[in-house]
Design a protein around this ligand. Structure first.
Ligand code: THU
Length: 131
């Protein structure tokens, strides 16, 4: 199988940002999930007049991947013109679906930061047995 580079994954996230529905914040975000099967699933933020109902790009990408039966995300690229780091809800989603996922954060200047969900959300929720 062909290896997808972080730059290629970021290019898909950047393209997806053009589909963002962000009439309220005007902040366009794109995401792209790479699955173990080699597939790439894009996502973008989808806002709502009831602001709290907005869904981030990372979650639309992850949900779309699940809908398509892609259950082994290995990497996620997030693109915004000035750059964006995932919110708490998205981190929680990432750790659930891809606990070992690599995460790439990119901006319009071509900057690309490589991190991981373990780094973004250490000590995430699990059942805790104090015994
Ligand atoms: N947003 C994302 O889609 N991903 C992020 O990582 C940060 C925030 C969206 C939510 C909202 O539509 C807009 O960006 C401003 O918060």
């Amino acid at each position: 199988m062909r290896v997808t580079t972080p730059e290629e994954l970021m290019a898909v996230a950047k393209a997806a940002a053009t589909n963002a529905y962000a009439p309220y914040s005007k902040f366009r975000v794109g995401a792209a999930v790479l699955d173990a099967d080699g597939s790439i699933t894009p996502g973008c933020n989808v806002e709502n007049a009831a602001y709290g109902s907005t869904i981030c790009a990372e979650r639309t990408a992850l949900v779309s991947a699940v809908v398509q039966g892609r259950r082994q995300p290995t990497a996620l690229a997030v693109y915004a013109e000035p750059g964006a780091s995932p919110c708490g809800s998205c981190r929680q989603f990432m750790v659930e679906l891809g606990p070992t996922m690599q995460v790439y954060l990119g901006n319009a200047e071509g900057r690309l930061i490589s991190t991981s969900i373990t780094e973004l959300l250490p000590n995430s929720f699990t059942e805790f047995d104090p015994e």
